[in-house]
Structures are given as structure tokens and as C-alpha cells.
Write a protein that binds this ligand. Sequence first.
Ligand code: ADP
Ligand code: MG
Length: 668
Amino acid sequence: MDLKEIKGIGDKTSLVLNKLNIVDAEGLVRHFPRNYDIYEEPTLIRDIDNKAVVAIDGTVVKSMDMKHVKNLTLLTTTIRDANGDFLKVTWYNMPFLRSTIKMSMRFVFRGRIKRMNHIITLEQPEIFTLAKYEEKLHVMQPVYSLTKGISNNQMAKFVKEALDKLSFDDYLSQEMREKYHQCEMEEAIKNIHFPDNFEVLKTARNRLVFDEFFTFLYRLKKLKEKEIEVPNRYIINNHDVSDKVIGNLKFALTGAQKRVLQDIFKDMQGKVVMQRLIQGDVGSGKTIVAFLAMLDMAGAGLQSALMVPTEVLANQHYESMQRLLAENGLPYEVALLTGSLGASAKKRLYEGIESGKNNIIIGTHALFQEKVVYDRLGLVVIDEQHRFGVMQRAMLQEKGVTPHTIVMSATPIPRTLAMILYADMDISVIDELPAKRLTIKNCVVTKDYRPNAYNFIEKQVKSGRQAYVICPMVEENEMLEAENVIDYATILKERFGDRIKVEYLHGKMRAEQKSEILGRFEKNEINVLVSTTVVEVGINVPNATVMMVENSERFSLASLHQLRGRVGRGEYQSYCIFVSATQKPDKLERLKILVQSNDGFYIASEDLKLRGPGDFFGVRQSGEMGFEIADILTDGKILSDAARAVDEFILSGHELIDKNMNNGIVIY
Ligand code: ADP
Ligand code: MG
């Protein structure tokens, strides 16, 4: 259904929604809330403690003060609650409130608490009459991901409209639903947006998770049916190239790397084409294994393509591959293909790929866009595969190519689940870290530890090492108190002066800028890199020994573990400093899991134990495998249910109509 059939959506709003990848009414109702806001009974000022959001029933006791600060209009007043305690209240850029809020008026003010120099302020609160607030009490309000030009209230209104207008088919029969304790699709979609209570939400989410797994596994099955016994047209017996390269490496391969390489070699000689997952924790050395296989391909006159989820990582792999070729005097031509290339550069690359001039092609999902035609593609490697949906392989098939495939992932999932999720693949595990690695030293600290951390970083830089400082956001946002890279870098530059070169990196920078910065960091021309999580995946700068993460309470443990994987990659002692902006015991306890162990598996399982029902949407494996709401760790049971259900479904002769399932590619 066209978006414009929804009341209130015209051309302009339609375009805004497109930015969120919402193109029709169906997409709108599939834009699930990322969280829920629960309006609780008003709090007394003395009970605010360390709550982030509060509602205060208060009377205005001071006339509104209006100030202009930079380009902001700042309104300030004070309210008093029933207990006689006072609280400062501010609003930005809402000068009109001056005529609404007057002395002696009583409202419920609901907003975020800001703490600065021991003064607490209620920021940008919404204002309700007592009666209006009463209506809102205990209702779970959806909180959506938004973009400029649309408010949360508008989004909720549009979704509500769309839900009323659309009808929902259910591919699961009542019998199946009962068997797997699932509610109806329609009920699930309605309740995920507007649940009456937590139980209802849980039921709805369960069904949608089931649905995500189900459609995913269904497609996987269908793919596998088609793919069975694809003959190996690219038999590789000769390993002269990889032998030579291994001989020239500065290190010896670990036993696990050798074993996995043998698995790959065996596949490449086999009757059927290779489909192999390489699972190995961050830093276990997956890259070189893939590179060696690619080089043997090139040696046999075949092409290989390496796909990664970010341009930054594509760049880095490109550079490493170039270096490896130069060190070994190998004549192969590498191409770097990313979305941000200019049209003419792209055209030239396409030509090189089509003519077979380029043997090794490294890039983002741009590698498999329509216009790319391969000459003799023998091997596809997908790095950090959990960042993609699994369906990128379908795209390859649609191109009519069936090369050998290696996918690599650091996601620690139990073997039983891995076998369901990668039902179409053989699995090799790199379960050993390179020798000579020193165990990373970790600490969880609060903000007041920063001066020590900076001194420590300074010392490390003086002895030749480098540091990352990670912040969650790019630009200042008044409503969120998160640190942000640009401001943070400025602060560090001031603090360190000329002694230490500080730069910043974030996802919104232009591609050339990103690679320029990263290139300088690799060469140690930048000592301290202040960055968002764009460096989370794959980046390899072994000389970096400090990873400091601001607002670490905002990240999933899986992300933090990945971030930590950026250090401890060389021979030097490395350190992680997880800075928490909150002192809440439960948050700190969660972070301390990272101190207990550097093992991804352990962390994932402890994380799971600690996760309460409230963490539903908040902290989860970020978009693992391209799933939108399913979490492969917490939802393991539903995954195995869905696997059984798919088998039954197909056996009984049912078919699923492709309905734009959610397992497309996720690009970060
Ligand atoms: P990941 O598995 O996280 O992708 P990488 O492949 O990026 O890890 O390897 C991490 C670092 O370890 C790189 O600097 C790489 O050169 C190095 N490395 C890989 N294998 C070995 C080894 N056997 N011995 C020593 N260092 C190694
Ligand atoms: Mg890697």
C-alpha cells in the first residue's frame, strides 16, 4: 500500500520515511520500535537518585528566565514538589513556553535529568496536566528510530493508521501456531508497536523472532535444494603460491590456522564446490588464511573476491594484500571496489574485472552489484559475515556464479546453533590465538578516572605505541549525554598539545577522508584516534595498545569485545579502559564481565545470564546475521523451534511467498 494512503503522509513526509528505508505502508508497520517508554508515577525530587528520565509533579515557583546562549534560546525556571523540594528546569529553543507556563501553575514535567557539578536539572521536559498524565500512566509508548523531519509522535500515529488499514495473512496454520506456542501474525505486529503490558510485548516479540528465523531458514533450505552438489569447476591442486607466501611470513601459522587451511585446500580439490564457515575469535588470524586461499586461486588463473561490511575495512584489506604481493614479488592485480568510488573509476574497475585483468577484488557489497561482471570468479570470501544477512549468497547465485565460498565470523555461537544457521556450510574453527600474544589488561572505571587514563595514554604514546578512544556518537545531541568524537578530539588535542597527534574518525565522513585518517593511523602519524564504532569490525593496527571506550554502558558486550579486539594484536602489552558514565551496580556488573575474561564465548554466555526482560531491545547483539529483532544467543530456543517448523512446513508441501523478508544485507 502506498505510503500516501496514510492520513498525514504527503510527498514530503514520504521522502522523509524513505530515508528510513520505509517505502510503503507494509514497511511502516515493519519499522519496529527500538524501545518502549513507560510513563511511571511521578517521582519526588528527593527520590531522583540516578534515574535518567523522571516525571515530577510540581508547581512553578519562579518566573521564566530567557537567555540566548550561542544560537540557542534557553528557558529556565524552578519547580517545587509536594515535599517542598526544588528542581531547576530548562528548555532549549521553545520560547513560546513562556506564555504557557506561569508562576503557581501545576503540571507533571517529564524529561531527562542532567547532572553537572552536583547540580541536577530537568532538561527539555514534556508538560502534562495532571489529568493528561493520568491517561498516560503505565502505558508503553513505542520509541522509534527517527530521522530529521519526523517526530516520534508522528511516527506512532502513522503506524497506527497503517495497522488499521492493512490486513495481515498468516502463513502459519493454527495448528502450527499452537504447536510452537505462537500468536497470530496480526496480533504480533499490532502488539509490538502498542503493547498493553510487558507480557503482551513478549508474546508479540516471540512471534516476530520466530518469523524472522522461519523466513531465513526457509530461504536457506530453498537455496540448499538448488545448490546440492554444485560440481567443482575450479579444482586447485597447486599450492606453490601459498607455500611461498607462508615461507616469507614474519610469523609461523598457528596449528589452528594450518588445520583450517588444510580444510580449505581439501575443499578446493573436492568434487563439489566449497561452502565453508571459518569461525574464530577476534585476533585469531582469519585474514591470512583467506588471503592464502585467494593467492592460490590467482596462481591458478582464477579470480577471487573478498567482501567486507565497511569501506574502512575494505581499504585496509586492500593495503595488506598489496603489501603481501609486493613482499613476495607476485604479479597479481588487486582492485578495490567500494560504493563511494566515482563513476569513471568504477567503470575502469568493471572493465578490469570483466576482462580478467584484476585477479583479486576487494570491496564492500558493491562487489556484487548488477554491473559487475566477473571473468572467472573461483572464490568468494565474506569477512565479518555476521554483519551481512546470509542472503548475499543468493545474490551471487542470481548472477549465475557458483564459486567456492568462504565466510568468516567472530561471533561466538554454540555449535548446535551454528549448525542450524549455517546448515548449508561446513564449519572450521580457529580456536587458538597466535603465540606471543600478551593477555590484554582490562579495567572498568567511572569518568573521574579520565585524567589517569590520559596520562597513561600519553606514556604509551611516548614509548611509541598508539591508542583508540571510542565514543558512541558523532555530533552533539542535547538530549543524549553521550560523548562525541568531534568534541572529544578537540578536548584531547587541547590537553595533549603538540606532543601527541590526535585525529577523529566517524562513519559519516567521506570515504577518502576515512581512508586517509586510517592510513595515517596505520603509519603512526596519528597517535590517538578518537572514533565511533566504525573501527569495531576488522581493523588491524598491531601497534595500538590502548582501547579506551567512553560511555561503554551503551554498548553491547559483543561490541565491546569486538572493540577490544582492535588491541592486543601485536607483541606489546595492551590495555582496555572501559569508562562508564553511570555508577549503577547492574551496569557496572555487566561491564565487569569483560574484565573477567578475554574470551568471546565466555562473554556472550555471561551476558546472556545477566540479561533481564527489560533488556529486550536495549542491549543485544547488534544486528547479528542481519536479523532485525532476533538475537541468536537469547533466542536459541526459538531458532531450533523455527528450524523444526520449517521442515514440517516444507514437508507438508507449503510454500512461502517471498514477502520482502528482512534478511537483506545490512551495511554499517
Ligand atoms: P581476525 O581473526 O580478527 O580477522 P587478523 O586476521 O586481522 O585477525 O589477525 C590479527 C593480527 O594477527 C594481524 O596483525 C595478523 O598479521 C596477525 N597474525 C595472524 N596470524 C598470526 C600468527 N600465526 N602469528 C602471529 N601473528 C599473526
Ligand atoms: Mg578480521
